[in-house]
Design a protein around this ligand. Structure first.
Ligand code: ADP
Ligand code: MG
Length: 616
Protein backbone atom coordinates (compact mmCIF):
# COMPACT_ATOMS: atom_id res chain seq x y z
CA UNK A 1 0.00 0.00 0.00
CA UNK A 2 1.35 3.41 -0.92
CA UNK A 3 2.13 5.81 1.91
CA UNK A 4 2.09 8.83 -0.38
CA UNK A 5 0.07 11.87 0.67
CA UNK A 6 -1.50 13.78 -2.15
CA UNK A 7 -1.39 17.58 -2.11
CA UNK A 8 -2.78 20.23 -4.38
CA UNK A 9 -0.67 23.14 -5.49
CA UNK A 10 -1.95 26.46 -4.32
CA UNK A 11 -4.03 28.03 -7.08
CA UNK A 12 -1.39 30.65 -7.89
CA UNK A 13 1.33 28.04 -8.12
CA UNK A 14 -0.76 25.97 -10.49
CA UNK A 15 -1.32 29.07 -12.59
CA UNK A 16 2.39 29.75 -12.57
CA UNK A 17 3.16 26.17 -13.55
CA UNK A 18 0.71 26.26 -16.42
CA UNK A 19 2.54 29.28 -17.80
CA UNK A 20 5.92 27.66 -17.26
CA UNK A 21 4.82 24.45 -18.94
CA UNK A 22 2.86 25.92 -21.83
CA UNK A 23 4.21 29.35 -22.64
CA UNK A 24 7.89 29.61 -21.96
CA UNK A 25 9.80 28.24 -24.89
CA UNK A 26 12.90 30.39 -25.09
CA UNK A 27 15.91 30.27 -22.78
CA UNK A 28 14.78 26.95 -21.35
CA UNK A 29 18.34 26.34 -20.24
CA UNK A 30 18.03 28.77 -17.36
CA UNK A 31 16.43 26.04 -15.28
CA UNK A 32 19.95 24.63 -14.88
CA UNK A 33 21.17 27.88 -13.43
CA UNK A 34 18.16 28.10 -11.14
CA UNK A 35 18.55 24.61 -9.74
CA UNK A 36 22.31 25.06 -9.27
CA UNK A 37 21.69 28.38 -7.53
CA UNK A 38 19.21 26.74 -5.21
CA UNK A 39 21.74 23.99 -4.47
CA UNK A 40 24.43 26.61 -3.80
CA UNK A 41 22.02 28.58 -1.60
CA UNK A 42 21.28 25.42 0.33
CA UNK A 43 25.01 24.79 0.83
CA UNK A 44 25.58 28.38 1.87
CA UNK A 45 22.76 28.17 4.39
CA UNK A 46 24.26 25.00 5.80
CA UNK A 47 27.66 26.62 6.16
CA UNK A 48 26.05 29.61 7.81
CA UNK A 49 24.23 27.35 10.26
CA UNK A 50 27.39 25.45 11.02
CA UNK A 51 29.48 28.59 11.56
CA UNK A 52 26.96 29.89 14.00
CA UNK A 53 27.51 26.78 16.09
CA UNK A 54 24.34 24.76 15.56
CA UNK A 55 24.32 20.99 15.51
CA UNK A 56 24.07 19.60 12.00
CA UNK A 57 23.29 16.14 10.64
CA UNK A 58 26.40 14.56 9.06
CA UNK A 59 28.67 17.50 9.99
CA UNK A 60 31.63 16.07 8.07
CA UNK A 61 29.84 15.69 4.76
CA UNK A 62 31.59 18.22 2.47
CA UNK A 63 29.48 20.89 0.82
CA UNK A 64 29.22 20.18 -2.86
CA UNK A 65 26.91 20.01 -5.84
CA UNK A 66 26.92 17.11 -8.25
CA UNK A 67 25.01 16.69 -11.44
CA UNK A 68 24.53 13.49 -13.39
CA UNK A 69 22.96 12.99 -16.78
CA UNK A 70 21.33 9.79 -17.94
CA UNK A 71 19.36 8.76 -21.02
CA UNK A 72 16.26 10.79 -20.39
CA UNK A 73 16.98 12.50 -17.13
CA UNK A 74 19.20 14.89 -15.27
CA UNK A 75 19.80 14.89 -11.51
CA UNK A 76 21.06 17.66 -9.21
CA UNK A 77 22.40 16.65 -5.80
CA UNK A 78 23.56 18.95 -3.05
CA UNK A 79 24.72 18.38 0.53
CA UNK A 80 23.15 21.61 1.73
CA UNK A 81 20.54 22.40 4.28
CA UNK A 82 17.80 20.07 2.96
CA UNK A 83 14.08 20.38 3.59
CA UNK A 84 11.73 18.95 6.17
CA UNK A 85 8.24 17.74 5.29
CA UNK A 86 6.85 21.13 6.21
CA UNK A 87 9.45 22.96 4.17
CA UNK A 88 8.78 20.84 1.09
CA UNK A 89 5.10 21.77 1.31
CA UNK A 90 5.78 25.40 1.94
CA UNK A 91 8.70 25.98 -0.43
CA UNK A 92 7.59 23.85 -3.36
CA UNK A 93 3.84 24.24 -3.28
CA UNK A 94 2.73 27.60 -1.89
CA UNK A 95 3.28 31.23 -2.66
CA UNK A 96 4.90 31.88 0.68
CA UNK A 97 7.61 33.30 -1.54
CA UNK A 98 6.74 36.86 -2.28
CA UNK A 99 8.53 36.54 -5.61
CA UNK A 100 5.78 34.34 -7.03
CA UNK A 101 3.07 36.96 -6.70
CA UNK A 102 5.21 39.66 -8.26
CA UNK A 103 6.12 37.28 -11.07
CA UNK A 104 2.49 36.51 -11.88
CA UNK A 105 1.59 40.17 -11.80
CA UNK A 106 4.39 40.96 -14.21
CA UNK A 107 3.33 38.12 -16.50
CA UNK A 108 -0.24 39.38 -16.51
CA UNK A 109 1.04 42.74 -17.71
CA UNK A 110 3.42 41.36 -20.32
CA UNK A 111 1.93 39.99 -23.48
CA UNK A 112 4.87 37.70 -24.08
CA UNK A 113 6.05 35.78 -21.03
CA UNK A 114 9.81 35.78 -20.83
CA UNK A 115 11.78 33.04 -19.14
CA UNK A 116 14.29 35.61 -17.94
CA UNK A 117 11.68 36.82 -15.51
CA UNK A 118 11.83 33.53 -13.69
CA UNK A 119 15.21 34.12 -12.13
CA UNK A 120 14.42 37.73 -11.48
CA UNK A 121 11.44 36.94 -9.32
CA UNK A 122 12.87 33.99 -7.48
CA UNK A 123 10.45 31.36 -8.71
CA UNK A 124 13.40 29.38 -9.94
CA UNK A 125 12.45 25.92 -8.76
CA UNK A 126 9.36 25.79 -10.96
CA UNK A 127 11.45 26.45 -14.06
CA UNK A 128 12.35 22.74 -13.86
CA UNK A 129 8.97 22.06 -15.41
CA UNK A 130 10.00 23.82 -18.62
CA UNK A 131 12.13 20.78 -19.36
CA UNK A 132 10.69 18.04 -17.16
CA UNK A 133 7.61 15.93 -17.50
CA UNK A 134 8.13 14.77 -13.93
CA UNK A 135 10.24 16.12 -11.08
CA UNK A 136 11.32 14.05 -8.09
CA UNK A 137 12.81 15.75 -5.06
CA UNK A 138 14.25 13.75 -2.20
CA UNK A 139 15.50 15.70 0.74
CA UNK A 140 16.95 15.21 4.21
CA UNK A 141 17.04 18.25 6.46
CA UNK A 142 20.20 19.19 8.38
CA UNK A 143 18.23 18.98 11.64
CA UNK A 144 19.59 15.90 13.46
CA UNK A 145 16.17 14.54 14.50
CA UNK A 146 14.50 14.81 11.12
CA UNK A 147 13.96 12.13 8.47
CA UNK A 148 14.00 12.02 4.69
CA UNK A 149 11.11 12.72 2.30
CA UNK A 150 10.33 12.30 -1.35
CA UNK A 151 8.27 14.85 -3.28
CA UNK A 152 7.05 14.11 -6.80
CA UNK A 153 5.01 16.03 -9.30
CA UNK A 154 4.19 16.18 -12.97
CA UNK A 155 3.44 19.85 -12.68
CA UNK A 156 -0.29 19.51 -13.07
CA UNK A 157 -2.84 18.57 -10.48
CA UNK A 158 -0.55 18.52 -7.50
CA UNK A 159 2.27 16.63 -5.87
CA UNK A 160 2.80 13.64 -3.60
CA UNK A 161 4.98 13.34 -0.54
CA UNK A 162 6.13 10.11 1.07
CA UNK A 163 8.86 9.15 3.51
CA UNK A 164 12.26 8.18 2.16
CA UNK A 165 14.77 6.44 4.35
CA UNK A 166 18.53 6.51 4.67
CA UNK A 167 19.13 9.71 2.76
CA UNK A 168 22.34 11.69 3.18
CA UNK A 169 21.91 15.32 4.22
CA UNK A 170 20.75 17.62 1.46
CA UNK A 171 18.55 17.50 -1.61
CA UNK A 172 18.43 15.50 -4.81
CA UNK A 173 16.28 16.67 -7.68
CA UNK A 174 15.68 14.45 -10.70
CA UNK A 175 14.07 15.72 -13.87
CA UNK A 176 12.45 13.22 -16.20
CA UNK A 177 12.98 15.14 -19.42
CA UNK A 178 10.28 15.87 -21.95
CA UNK A 179 10.75 14.61 -25.47
CA UNK A 180 11.64 18.10 -26.75
CA UNK A 181 14.09 18.75 -23.92
CA UNK A 182 16.33 15.74 -24.45
CA UNK A 183 19.36 17.97 -25.09
CA UNK A 184 19.58 18.55 -21.34
CA UNK A 185 20.56 14.93 -20.87
CA UNK A 186 23.76 15.69 -22.78
CA UNK A 187 26.81 16.41 -20.65
CA UNK A 188 28.38 18.96 -22.98
CA UNK A 189 25.17 20.98 -23.12
CA UNK A 190 25.05 21.10 -19.34
CA UNK A 191 28.74 21.89 -19.07
CA UNK A 192 28.34 24.88 -21.36
CA UNK A 193 25.39 26.18 -19.35
CA UNK A 194 27.15 25.78 -16.02
CA UNK A 195 30.27 27.55 -17.31
CA UNK A 196 28.12 30.37 -18.52
CA UNK A 197 25.98 30.97 -15.47
CA UNK A 198 27.51 29.26 -12.49
CA UNK A 199 31.23 29.45 -12.95
CA UNK A 200 31.88 31.28 -9.69
CA UNK A 201 29.57 29.31 -7.48
CA UNK A 202 31.52 28.81 -4.33
CA UNK A 203 30.94 25.12 -3.95
CA UNK A 204 32.46 22.49 -6.16
CA UNK A 205 30.18 21.51 -9.01
CA UNK A 206 30.75 18.10 -10.56
CA UNK A 207 29.17 16.86 -13.75
CA UNK A 208 29.22 13.07 -14.13
CA UNK A 209 32.18 13.04 -11.77
CA UNK A 210 34.12 15.81 -13.49
CA UNK A 211 34.83 19.05 -11.67
CA UNK A 212 33.49 22.05 -13.61
CA UNK A 213 33.99 25.26 -11.70
CA UNK A 214 37.63 25.60 -10.87
CA UNK A 215 37.51 29.37 -10.51
CA UNK A 216 36.34 30.46 -7.12
CA UNK A 217 35.97 33.41 -4.84
CA UNK A 218 39.30 34.83 -5.97
CA UNK A 219 39.22 37.83 -3.68
CA UNK A 220 40.32 35.62 -0.80
CA UNK A 221 43.48 34.50 -2.55
CA UNK A 222 46.77 36.30 -2.50
CA UNK A 223 47.31 38.80 -5.30
CA UNK A 224 50.39 37.31 -6.86
CA UNK A 225 48.70 33.94 -7.29
CA UNK A 226 45.92 35.38 -9.41
CA UNK A 227 46.32 35.63 -13.14
CA UNK A 228 45.20 38.62 -15.15
CA UNK A 229 42.66 36.44 -17.02
CA UNK A 230 41.17 35.24 -13.77
CA UNK A 231 40.61 38.80 -12.65
CA UNK A 232 39.08 39.71 -16.00
CA UNK A 233 36.92 36.63 -16.05
CA UNK A 234 35.72 37.41 -12.56
CA UNK A 235 34.95 40.98 -13.52
CA UNK A 236 33.03 39.94 -16.61
CA UNK A 237 31.02 37.55 -14.52
CA UNK A 238 30.04 39.91 -11.73
CA UNK A 239 29.97 42.98 -13.96
CA UNK A 240 27.82 41.42 -16.69
CA UNK A 241 30.32 42.80 -19.15
CA UNK A 242 32.19 41.34 -22.07
CA UNK A 243 35.05 43.79 -21.85
CA UNK A 244 37.84 44.08 -19.32
CA UNK A 245 37.70 46.58 -16.49
CA UNK A 246 39.44 49.94 -16.70
CA UNK A 247 40.82 49.64 -13.18
CA UNK A 248 41.03 46.95 -10.59
CA UNK A 249 41.78 47.34 -6.92
CA UNK A 250 42.42 44.19 -4.91
CA UNK A 251 43.44 44.77 -1.35
CA UNK A 252 43.21 43.43 2.12
CA UNK A 253 43.47 45.26 5.42
CA UNK A 254 43.60 44.15 9.05
CA UNK A 255 42.93 47.38 10.87
CA UNK A 256 40.60 48.97 11.75
CA UNK A 257 38.65 46.16 10.12
CA UNK A 258 39.58 42.89 8.50
CA UNK A 259 38.68 43.46 4.87
CA UNK A 260 39.30 41.77 1.58
CA UNK A 261 38.04 43.76 -1.33
CA UNK A 262 38.13 43.38 -5.06
CA UNK A 263 36.75 46.44 -6.81
CA UNK A 264 36.49 47.18 -10.50
CA UNK A 265 35.89 50.28 -12.57
CA UNK A 266 33.94 49.29 -15.71
CA UNK A 267 35.46 50.46 -19.00
CA UNK A 268 32.47 52.68 -19.71
CA UNK A 269 30.31 54.95 -17.65
CA UNK A 270 26.82 53.76 -18.45
CA UNK A 271 25.22 56.79 -16.84
CA UNK A 272 27.22 58.96 -19.18
CA UNK A 273 25.56 57.23 -22.11
CA UNK A 274 22.29 58.68 -20.97
CA UNK A 275 21.16 55.57 -19.14
CA UNK A 276 19.36 55.92 -15.88
CA UNK A 277 21.27 56.16 -12.65
CA UNK A 278 23.42 53.10 -12.08
CA UNK A 279 23.03 51.04 -8.96
CA UNK A 280 26.03 50.00 -6.92
CA UNK A 281 27.04 46.44 -7.67
CA UNK A 282 29.40 45.75 -4.85
CA UNK A 283 28.41 42.68 -2.90
CA UNK A 284 29.11 42.18 0.74
CA UNK A 285 30.41 38.87 2.02
CA UNK A 286 31.50 37.52 5.33
CA UNK A 287 34.00 34.70 5.01
CA UNK A 288 32.76 34.11 1.46
CA UNK A 289 29.17 33.80 2.61
CA UNK A 290 27.04 36.36 0.88
CA UNK A 291 25.57 38.80 3.38
CA UNK A 292 24.08 41.30 0.98
CA UNK A 293 24.25 41.63 -2.74
CA UNK A 294 24.43 45.19 -4.09
CA UNK A 295 25.04 46.31 -0.54
CA UNK A 296 23.60 49.74 0.11
CA UNK A 297 25.71 52.02 2.24
CA UNK A 298 28.89 50.07 1.69
CA UNK A 299 30.24 52.84 -0.51
CA UNK A 300 29.13 56.45 -0.95
CA UNK A 301 26.55 57.16 -3.64
CA UNK A 302 29.12 58.90 -5.80
CA UNK A 303 31.07 55.64 -6.10
CA UNK A 304 28.03 53.82 -7.43
CA UNK A 305 29.84 52.95 -10.66
CA UNK A 306 32.08 50.44 -8.87
CA UNK A 307 31.54 46.72 -9.17
CA UNK A 308 33.02 43.99 -7.07
CA UNK A 309 33.00 42.28 -3.73
CA UNK A 310 33.91 43.20 -0.20
CA UNK A 311 34.50 40.49 2.37
CA UNK A 312 34.85 41.29 6.03
CA UNK A 313 35.30 38.78 8.81
CA UNK A 314 34.23 41.38 11.32
CA UNK A 315 30.62 41.36 10.27
CA UNK A 316 28.39 39.58 12.70
CA UNK A 317 27.02 36.60 10.79
CA UNK A 318 23.51 36.86 12.07
CA UNK A 319 23.07 40.50 11.18
CA UNK A 320 19.83 41.13 9.37
CA UNK A 321 19.90 42.67 5.95
CA UNK A 322 17.57 45.47 6.89
CA UNK A 323 19.62 46.73 9.80
CA UNK A 324 22.88 46.32 7.92
CA UNK A 325 22.68 49.79 6.44
CA UNK A 326 22.71 51.64 9.71
CA UNK A 327 25.38 49.87 11.65
CA UNK A 328 28.43 51.78 12.62
CA UNK A 329 30.37 48.87 11.22
CA UNK A 330 28.97 49.64 7.80
CA UNK A 331 30.02 53.27 8.18
CA UNK A 332 33.50 52.19 9.12
CA UNK A 333 33.68 49.89 6.12
CA UNK A 334 32.50 52.74 3.94
CA UNK A 335 35.22 55.05 5.28
CA UNK A 336 37.99 52.52 4.81
CA UNK A 337 36.91 51.48 1.32
CA UNK A 338 36.39 55.02 0.08
CA UNK A 339 39.69 56.24 1.47
CA UNK A 340 41.52 53.29 0.01
CA UNK A 341 39.92 53.68 -3.40
CA UNK A 342 40.72 57.40 -3.58
CA UNK A 343 44.32 56.70 -2.63
CA UNK A 344 44.41 54.05 -5.33
CA UNK A 345 43.20 56.55 -7.94
CA UNK A 346 45.83 59.04 -6.86
CA UNK A 347 48.55 56.40 -7.23
CA UNK A 348 47.25 55.33 -10.63
CA UNK A 349 47.16 58.92 -11.87
CA UNK A 350 50.81 59.25 -10.88
CA UNK A 351 51.84 55.92 -12.39
CA UNK A 352 49.96 56.02 -15.68
CA UNK A 353 48.47 59.35 -16.61
CA UNK A 354 47.09 58.04 -19.91
CA UNK A 355 44.82 55.50 -18.27
CA UNK A 356 43.86 57.99 -15.61
CA UNK A 357 42.81 60.42 -18.34
CA UNK A 358 40.55 57.74 -19.76
CA UNK A 359 39.10 57.14 -16.33
CA UNK A 360 38.67 60.85 -15.74
CA UNK A 361 36.93 61.40 -19.04
CA UNK A 362 34.36 58.74 -18.16
CA UNK A 363 33.94 59.33 -14.45
CA UNK A 364 34.85 62.95 -13.59
CA UNK A 365 31.24 63.81 -12.84
CA UNK A 366 31.19 61.21 -10.07
CA UNK A 367 34.30 62.70 -8.47
CA UNK A 368 32.74 66.14 -8.72
CA UNK A 369 29.53 64.86 -7.17
CA UNK A 370 31.70 63.59 -4.33
CA UNK A 371 33.55 66.89 -3.99
CA UNK A 372 30.26 68.72 -3.63
CA UNK A 373 28.43 66.27 -1.37
CA UNK A 374 31.07 64.52 0.69
CA UNK A 375 32.87 66.69 3.17
CA UNK A 376 35.03 63.88 4.57
CA UNK A 377 36.85 63.10 1.37
CA UNK A 378 37.03 66.63 -0.01
CA UNK A 379 40.78 66.88 0.09
CA UNK A 380 41.46 63.52 -1.53
CA UNK A 381 38.93 64.34 -4.22
CA UNK A 382 40.54 67.72 -4.86
CA UNK A 383 43.78 65.93 -5.70
CA UNK A 384 42.03 63.89 -8.36
CA UNK A 385 40.60 66.79 -10.36
CA UNK A 386 42.15 67.65 -13.71
CA UNK A 387 41.82 70.80 -15.79
CA UNK A 388 43.18 72.49 -18.83
CA UNK A 389 45.33 75.46 -18.03
CA UNK A 390 46.60 78.64 -19.63
CA UNK A 391 50.19 77.42 -19.34
CA UNK A 392 49.56 74.07 -20.99
CA UNK A 393 48.66 73.36 -24.58
CA UNK A 394 45.07 72.68 -25.49
CA UNK A 395 43.93 69.18 -24.52
CA UNK A 396 46.57 68.73 -21.79
CA UNK A 397 45.49 68.59 -18.18
CA UNK A 398 46.96 69.53 -14.86
CA UNK A 399 46.21 68.63 -11.28
CA UNK A 400 45.76 71.29 -8.63
CA UNK A 401 48.93 70.02 -6.94
CA UNK A 402 50.98 70.60 -10.09
CA UNK A 403 49.46 74.05 -10.43
CA UNK A 404 50.48 74.93 -6.89
CA UNK A 405 54.03 73.80 -7.60
CA UNK A 406 54.21 76.13 -10.58
CA UNK A 407 52.90 79.17 -8.67
CA UNK A 408 55.34 82.07 -8.38
CA UNK A 409 56.14 83.59 -5.01
CA UNK A 410 53.94 86.66 -5.57
CA UNK A 411 50.87 84.62 -6.51
CA UNK A 412 48.67 83.83 -3.54
CA UNK A 413 45.60 82.19 -5.00
CA UNK A 414 44.64 79.47 -7.45
CA UNK A 415 42.74 81.03 -10.35
CA UNK A 416 40.16 79.49 -12.63
CA UNK A 417 37.80 80.56 -15.37
CA UNK A 418 34.70 78.69 -16.45
CA UNK A 419 33.31 78.87 -19.96
CA UNK A 420 32.18 76.82 -22.88
CA UNK A 421 35.58 76.39 -24.53
CA UNK A 422 39.21 77.31 -24.40
CA UNK A 423 39.11 79.90 -27.17
CA UNK A 424 36.39 81.90 -25.42
CA UNK A 425 38.31 81.88 -22.18
CA UNK A 426 41.63 82.80 -23.76
CA UNK A 427 40.06 85.83 -25.46
CA UNK A 428 38.00 86.75 -22.43
CA UNK A 429 38.64 90.19 -20.90
CA UNK A 430 38.91 88.50 -17.51
CA UNK A 431 41.97 86.65 -18.68
CA UNK A 432 43.92 89.75 -19.79
CA UNK A 433 45.44 90.69 -16.47
CA UNK A 434 46.60 87.10 -15.93
CA UNK A 435 48.18 86.92 -19.33
CA UNK A 436 49.96 90.18 -18.66
CA UNK A 437 51.21 89.16 -15.23
CA UNK A 438 51.94 85.58 -16.33
CA UNK A 439 49.72 84.00 -13.69
CA UNK A 440 48.37 80.59 -14.56
CA UNK A 441 44.61 80.20 -14.91
CA UNK A 442 42.77 76.88 -14.92
CA UNK A 443 40.27 76.59 -17.75
CA UNK A 444 37.08 74.73 -16.90
CA UNK A 445 34.37 73.76 -19.35
CA UNK A 446 31.92 71.93 -17.12
CA UNK A 447 29.29 74.10 -15.36
CA UNK A 448 29.48 71.71 -12.40
CA UNK A 449 32.95 73.03 -11.69
CA UNK A 450 31.41 76.23 -10.42
CA UNK A 451 29.97 74.26 -7.48
CA UNK A 452 33.01 72.07 -7.12
CA UNK A 453 35.29 75.11 -6.70
CA UNK A 454 32.90 76.69 -4.27
CA UNK A 455 32.76 73.57 -2.10
CA UNK A 456 36.45 72.80 -2.17
CA UNK A 457 37.15 76.44 -1.43
CA UNK A 458 40.88 75.83 -1.06
CA UNK A 459 43.61 73.42 -1.97
CA UNK A 460 46.84 72.96 -0.04
CA UNK A 461 46.03 76.13 1.87
CA UNK A 462 45.56 78.22 -1.29
CA UNK A 463 42.18 79.76 -1.98
CA UNK A 464 40.48 78.71 -5.19
CA UNK A 465 39.40 81.93 -6.83
CA UNK A 466 37.43 82.75 -9.92
CA UNK A 467 39.67 84.85 -12.16
CA UNK A 468 36.68 87.18 -12.54
CA UNK A 469 36.90 87.96 -8.85
CA UNK A 470 40.65 88.29 -8.53
CA UNK A 471 41.80 91.64 -7.25
CA UNK A 472 44.73 92.00 -9.55
CA UNK A 473 46.09 95.07 -11.31
CA UNK A 474 48.40 95.66 -14.16
CA UNK A 475 50.85 97.99 -12.46
CA UNK A 476 51.22 100.69 -15.14
CA UNK A 477 47.86 100.34 -16.85
CA UNK A 478 47.06 104.03 -16.97
CA UNK A 479 50.53 105.12 -17.90
CA UNK A 480 50.30 103.82 -21.43
CA UNK A 481 50.86 106.19 -24.31
CA UNK A 482 47.72 107.99 -25.30
CA UNK A 483 45.77 106.71 -22.32
CA UNK A 484 43.20 108.91 -20.67
CA UNK A 485 44.38 110.73 -17.60
CA UNK A 486 42.89 109.61 -14.31
CA UNK A 487 40.60 112.65 -14.28
CA UNK A 488 39.44 112.12 -17.86
CA UNK A 489 38.81 108.44 -17.18
CA UNK A 490 36.78 109.33 -14.11
CA UNK A 491 34.75 111.87 -16.03
CA UNK A 492 34.08 109.33 -18.78
CA UNK A 493 33.05 106.74 -16.21
CA UNK A 494 30.61 109.19 -14.67
CA UNK A 495 29.15 110.04 -18.07
CA UNK A 496 28.80 106.36 -18.90
CA UNK A 497 26.95 105.73 -15.68
CA UNK A 498 24.59 108.63 -16.44
CA UNK A 499 24.06 107.38 -19.98
CA UNK A 500 23.59 103.70 -19.17
CA UNK A 501 21.65 104.52 -16.02
CA UNK A 502 19.90 101.41 -14.64
CA UNK A 503 21.57 99.03 -17.00
CA UNK A 504 24.73 98.96 -14.88
CA UNK A 505 25.71 99.27 -11.26
CA UNK A 506 28.88 101.28 -11.01
CA UNK A 507 31.16 102.33 -13.81
CA UNK A 508 34.85 102.75 -12.99
CA UNK A 509 38.24 102.80 -14.54
CA UNK A 510 39.91 99.38 -14.65
CA UNK A 511 43.48 98.39 -13.95
CA UNK A 512 43.10 94.88 -15.30
CA UNK A 513 42.39 95.34 -18.99
CA UNK A 514 44.86 95.23 -21.85
CA UNK A 515 43.06 94.54 -25.11
CA UNK A 516 39.39 94.90 -24.25
CA UNK A 517 37.67 98.27 -23.97
CA UNK A 518 35.53 97.20 -21.02
CA UNK A 519 34.55 94.31 -18.82
CA UNK A 520 31.55 93.35 -16.69
CA UNK A 521 32.34 92.91 -13.01
CA UNK A 522 29.73 91.44 -10.76
CA UNK A 523 29.01 93.52 -7.70
CA UNK A 524 27.93 90.39 -5.87
CA UNK A 525 30.98 88.98 -4.15
CA UNK A 526 30.02 85.39 -4.86
CA UNK A 527 28.66 85.73 -8.34
CA UNK A 528 30.62 84.78 -11.42
CA UNK A 529 29.42 84.97 -14.99
CA UNK A 530 29.16 81.18 -15.23
CA UNK A 531 27.08 81.16 -12.07
CA UNK A 532 24.85 83.83 -13.57
CA UNK A 533 24.44 81.69 -16.66
CA UNK A 534 23.46 78.71 -14.53
CA UNK A 535 20.96 80.82 -12.61
CA UNK A 536 19.50 82.20 -15.80
CA UNK A 537 19.06 78.75 -17.27
CA UNK A 538 17.31 77.59 -14.12
CA UNK A 539 14.98 80.58 -14.01
CA UNK A 540 13.05 79.63 -17.12
CA UNK A 541 9.69 81.25 -16.57
CA UNK A 542 10.52 84.81 -15.59
CA UNK A 543 12.44 87.52 -17.35
CA UNK A 544 12.68 89.55 -14.16
CA UNK A 545 15.90 91.43 -13.63
CA UNK A 546 18.53 89.73 -11.51
CA UNK A 547 18.60 91.31 -8.05
CA UNK A 548 22.35 91.79 -8.35
CA UNK A 549 23.80 94.66 -10.32
CA UNK A 550 26.70 94.25 -12.63
CA UNK A 551 29.41 96.89 -12.74
CA UNK A 552 31.27 98.03 -15.81
CA UNK A 553 35.01 98.59 -15.74
CA UNK A 554 36.55 100.51 -18.61
CA UNK A 555 40.04 100.42 -20.07
CA UNK A 556 41.40 104.02 -20.07
CA UNK A 557 44.10 103.08 -22.55
CA UNK A 558 41.80 101.59 -25.15
CA UNK A 559 41.28 103.69 -28.35
CA UNK A 560 37.51 103.30 -28.09
CA UNK A 561 37.52 104.85 -24.64
CA UNK A 562 39.97 107.55 -25.59
CA UNK A 563 37.83 108.60 -28.58
CA UNK A 564 34.59 108.18 -26.75
CA UNK A 565 35.77 110.67 -24.17
CA UNK A 566 36.11 113.37 -26.83
CA UNK A 567 33.12 112.30 -28.91
CA UNK A 568 30.70 112.62 -26.03
CA UNK A 569 31.30 116.37 -26.27
CA UNK A 570 31.07 116.60 -30.08
CA UNK A 571 28.37 114.03 -30.96
CA UNK A 572 26.39 113.03 -27.89
CA UNK A 573 23.91 110.89 -29.85
CA UNK A 574 26.55 108.73 -31.48
CA UNK A 575 28.54 108.54 -28.24
CA UNK A 576 25.42 107.29 -26.48
CA UNK A 577 25.02 104.47 -28.98
CA UNK A 578 28.68 103.54 -28.66
CA UNK A 579 28.33 103.46 -24.86
CA UNK A 580 25.42 101.04 -25.11
CA UNK A 581 27.30 98.90 -27.57
CA UNK A 582 30.38 98.78 -25.32
CA UNK A 583 28.20 97.49 -22.50
CA UNK A 584 26.59 94.86 -24.71
CA UNK A 585 29.97 93.76 -26.02
CA UNK A 586 31.19 93.30 -22.45
CA UNK A 587 28.08 91.22 -21.81
CA UNK A 588 28.77 89.09 -24.85
CA UNK A 589 32.32 88.52 -23.59
CA UNK A 590 30.90 87.38 -20.26
CA UNK A 591 28.43 85.11 -22.04
CA UNK A 592 25.56 87.06 -20.57
CA UNK A 593 23.79 88.74 -23.44
CA UNK A 594 20.37 87.15 -23.59
CA UNK A 595 18.75 88.58 -26.66
CA UNK A 596 21.16 89.95 -29.23
CA UNK A 597 18.43 91.33 -31.49
CA UNK A 598 18.17 94.83 -30.01
CA UNK A 599 21.93 94.96 -30.04
CA UNK A 600 21.98 94.06 -33.74
CA UNK A 601 19.71 96.92 -34.66
CA UNK A 602 22.04 99.35 -32.92
CA UNK A 603 25.11 97.75 -34.41
CA UNK A 604 23.67 98.21 -37.90
CA UNK A 605 23.00 101.88 -37.18
CA UNK A 606 26.59 102.29 -36.03
CA UNK A 607 27.89 100.61 -39.17
CA UNK A 608 25.78 102.92 -41.28
CA UNK A 609 27.28 105.93 -39.58
CA UNK A 610 30.82 104.60 -40.00
CA UNK A 611 30.26 104.03 -43.70
CA UNK A 612 28.60 107.43 -44.13
CA UNK A 613 31.59 109.13 -42.49
CA UNK A 614 34.08 107.23 -44.66
CA UNK A 615 32.16 108.13 -47.82
CA UNK A 616 32.40 111.84 -47.08
P1 ADP B 1 14.26 31.16 -4.34
O1 ADP B 1 15.49 30.35 -4.59
O2 ADP B 1 14.34 32.50 -4.96
O3 ADP B 1 13.87 31.24 -2.90
P2 ADP B 1 13.04 29.00 -5.73
O4 ADP B 1 11.74 28.81 -6.40
O5 ADP B 1 14.25 28.80 -6.56
O6 ADP B 1 13.03 30.43 -5.08
O7 ADP B 1 13.09 28.04 -4.49
C1 ADP B 1 12.06 28.07 -3.53
C2 ADP B 1 12.54 27.59 -2.19
O8 ADP B 1 12.68 26.20 -2.17
C3 ADP B 1 13.89 28.09 -1.79
O9 ADP B 1 13.82 29.36 -1.17
C4 ADP B 1 14.34 27.05 -0.78
O10 ADP B 1 13.79 27.32 0.50
C5 ADP B 1 13.71 25.81 -1.31
N1 ADP B 1 14.69 25.04 -2.08
C6 ADP B 1 14.76 24.93 -3.42
N2 ADP B 1 15.80 24.13 -3.79
C7 ADP B 1 16.39 23.72 -2.64
C8 ADP B 1 17.50 22.87 -2.33
N3 ADP B 1 18.25 22.31 -3.29
N4 ADP B 1 17.80 22.68 -1.03
C9 ADP B 1 17.07 23.24 -0.05
N5 ADP B 1 16.02 24.05 -0.27
C10 ADP B 1 15.67 24.28 -1.55
MG1 MG C 1 16.12 29.92 -6.46
Amino acid sequence: MSTAEKHHFQAEIQQLLNIVIHSLYTDKEIFVRELVSNAADACEKLRFTQTSGQAVYQPDLPLAISITTEDNSITFVDTGIGMTHGELVENLGTIAHSGTKAFLKQLAEDKKPDAKLIGQFGVGFYSAFMAASKVTVTSRSYLPDEQGWQWTSEGTGGYEIEPANDLPRGTKITLQLKEEAKEFAQADTIERIIKRYSNFVQFPIELNGKRLNTVQAIWGRSKNEIKEEEYNEFYQYIGHDHENPLYRLHFSADAPLAIQALLFVPPRNIEGLGMSRVESEVHLYCRKVLIQSKAKGLLPEWLRFLKGVVDSEDLPLNISRETMQDTSLMKKLNQVLTGRFLKFLDEQAEKDAGTYDKFYEQYNRFLKEGAVTDFTHKEALGKLLRYESSTLEKGKHTSLAEYVKRMSADQKEIYYLIGSNRETLESSPYFEVFKERKFEVLFMFDPWDEFVMEHLHEFEGKTLKSAEKAELDIADASKKDGALSDEAAQALAKWLKDTLADRVGEVRSSKRLVESPAVIMDSDKFMTSSMRRIMKSMKKDSDAESPFKQDLEINPAHPIMVRLESMRHSDAALAGKVAEQVLDNARVAAGLLEDPRTMLKRLNELLEEVLAKKAV
